[in-house]
Design a protein around this ligand. Structure first.
Ligand code: HAM
Length: 537
């Protein structure tokens, strides 16, 4: 690298990674309001917040979401987590010390070393130095057994010498090959969604023993390596809820959707449309029969389909219904509808979900093409679109996933939930004129003089304690300049404190919107501001 290039490199400006962005004030005020409303509304429906890790074993997502989905196939951020170098070194040193040719036949020094090594591996597993995979946990069990045998063999020989010799031979062979039973690497992925993690947590914490159903909600960033565009990011935020355990009663589906619509209403989202569908039972014949029919219908028109749909015809025919490709729309319209293939149970379930929505006054539209992009769904699926979002207009997606907990190694468990795309919700609120947040400060303290400054500090403390936002300039300014500054910051009031005000005990409060001024004592000032404050603040 030439000097000039090196210098240029040094001065390079860093930028947020493509598809990620900083959220700045005052917009973050809106984010906070949207999140606060979620806490409030979901709590009234009996949900509790769960906070989940940002990364998990890749396998968890692959098994839940399905390997032939875009999310798993193309979009995950996966990292290789390697066992620490120091563990490698410890293994190497242990092997170096193996008593192959021990003349003294005194193995006790090696046994102490082995015992210390067992402890080292135990710590490494607990501390994440090596991944705590099933294989590694089993390998640790084997190591403990080898150690136990070694301790046995190192007991006084009581004339067992030949047996002991043979025993050590086998043990050393076992120890040498033991290393190959360890996983030194593991794939971890940044979470592309949180339903899989919630199910993992449900199993891990034995939540099936809690009163059922368990209702959980979460907020936070998700990661998908999609092509960034309006409303589509690589780090985006979801607000989601899951209800696990209990029954698959249609009332549960309807109530989850009702909660969602209540939430949208409370945050002021306008023009949201709810689409629903039932995609049948995955373990039953109804879905399988339909997919077989769909596949054969698609095969007949395969040459008219684009490459993605051609591939999906083979791998995941349902997903063809999701296609947005203009040239495929007329063909898709002629494909068989799942509603005509639902088994009686699924048909009744779907009809009851719709009836329950009506009872709750939730408006919906049916969309037979709503199959969702993740493999775990069954029966009820739903999506909500909102205006102002362009092509990425789905602001929420969800559905029932009764088999998922079981698929992840847990007990048979019913499940349903949704996730709201928070970025898109915010965008739609802003486009609909609902995104303005109150900016500025309540009070700007314009002070001059040393006595005034002490009073200003005290006033700032009292006002802040009373919940007002206060700007206290760190340096003395002429009143004219201070008032200009107060204006720029969008302050509602300027509190003018000069030494005169302080000695008189009467403080000047200027309302910046109309320029009026009044003189108030300190307690009256606080009371006045309290009286002016809107109830919601
Ligand atoms: P999803 O449809 O993949 O479902 O995502 C839910 C919502 O997250 C979408 O409707 C969209 O608003 C938002 N979203 C997805 N990808 C992006 C992106 N790249 N940029 C911005 N927003 C995005 C799920 O994630 C399921 N876990 C939902 C669920 C919960 N189903 C049952 N329980």
């Amino acid at each position: 690298m030439s000097d000039a290039t090196a210098k240029k490199e040094e001065r390079r400006k860093f930028q947020a990674i493509r598809g990620t962005r900083d959220l700045l004030p005052p917009e973050t005020e809106l984010w906070n309001r949207v999140e606060q409303t979620a806490h409030e509304v979901f709590t009234t429906f009996g949900y509790g917040e769960i906070r989940l890790p940002i990364f998990e074993q890749t396998e968890l997502f692959a098994r839940s979401i399905g390997t032939d989905t875009d999310v798993i196939g193309k979009e995950m951020y996966t990292i290789l987590d390697r066992a620490s170098e120091s563990l490698w070194r410890d293994i190497y040193e242990l092997y170096e010390a193996l008593p192959h040719h021990s003349v003294s036949r005194d193995y006790s020094a090696f046994v102490s070393r082995l015992i210390a090594f067992v402890q080292r591996v135990d710590d490494a597993l607990a501390g994440g130095d090596i991944p705590a995979t099933e294989r590694n946990v089993a390998a640790f069990g084997d190591l403990k057994e080898i150690c136990r045998r070694a301790q046995e063999l190192s007991m006084p020989d009581d004339g067992r010498r030949p047996t002991i010799q043979a025993g050590w031979g086998t043990l050393i062979d076992g120890l040498l090959s033991w290393r190959n039973t360890l996983d030194f690497e593991e794939n971890l992925s940044l979470r592309p969604e949180a339903t899989a993690s919630v199910c993992r947590a449900y199993i891990e914490h034995n939540m099936q023993q809690l009163p059922q159903p368990v209702k959980l909600y979460y907020l936070g960033p998700m990661f998908r390596r999609e092509r960034p565009q309006k409303g589509r990011y690589r780090q985006f935020y979801q607000i989601g809820a899951e209800i696990l355990g209990g029954t698959d009663a249609p009332a549960i589906d309807a109530e989850v959707i009702e909660m969602l619509m209540t939430y949208f209403d409370k945050v002021g989202l306008q023009g949201a449309t709810l689409y629903i569908n039932s995609i049948g039972h995955n373990a039953d014949n109804c879905r399988r029969g339909y997919v077989a029919q769909l596949k054969s219908a698609l095969e007949k028109v395969k040459d008219k389909l684009g490459p993605d749909s051609q591939r999906r015809t083979e791998t995941n025919p349902l997903r063809v219904l999701d296609s947005k490709l203009e040239s495929e729309q007329a063909i898709i319209a002629t494909l068989p509808h799942i509603a005509d293939h639902l088994c009686d149970e699924c048909k009744t379930h779907y009809a009851e979900v719709k009836r329950q929505l009506e009872v709750r006054g939730v408006l919906y539209q049916e969309n037979w093409r709503l199959v969702r992009g993740l493999d775990y769904y069954m029966r009820t699926t739903f999506e909500i679109t909102a205006p102002g979002l362009g092509s990425q207009n789905a602001v929420c997606g969800g559905g029932r996933y009764d088999g998922l907990v079981e698929l992840l190694g847990g007990p048979p468990t019913k499940g349903i939930g949704f996730a709201i795309g928070e970025d898109r919700l915010i965008l739609s609120l802003q486009e609909g004129g609902k995104g303005q947040m109150q900016q500025g400060r309540d009070v700007y303290i314009a002070w001059m003089g040393e006595h005034a400054y002490a009073a200003a500090i005290r006033a700032a403390k009292d006002l802040r304690n009373a919940g007002f936002s206060v700007e206290l300039p760190p340096l003395e300014q002429k009143f004219g300049k201070a008032l200009g500054q107060a204006d720029k910051l969008g302050a509602k009031y300027a509190l003018i404190l000069g030494d005169n005000e302080v000695s008189e005990g009467l403080w000047t409060l200027k309302t910046l919107a109309d320029g009026t001024q009044q003189k108030l004592t300190e307690p009256d000032l606080l009371q006045f501001l309290r009286d002016q404050k809107p109830a919601s603040q």
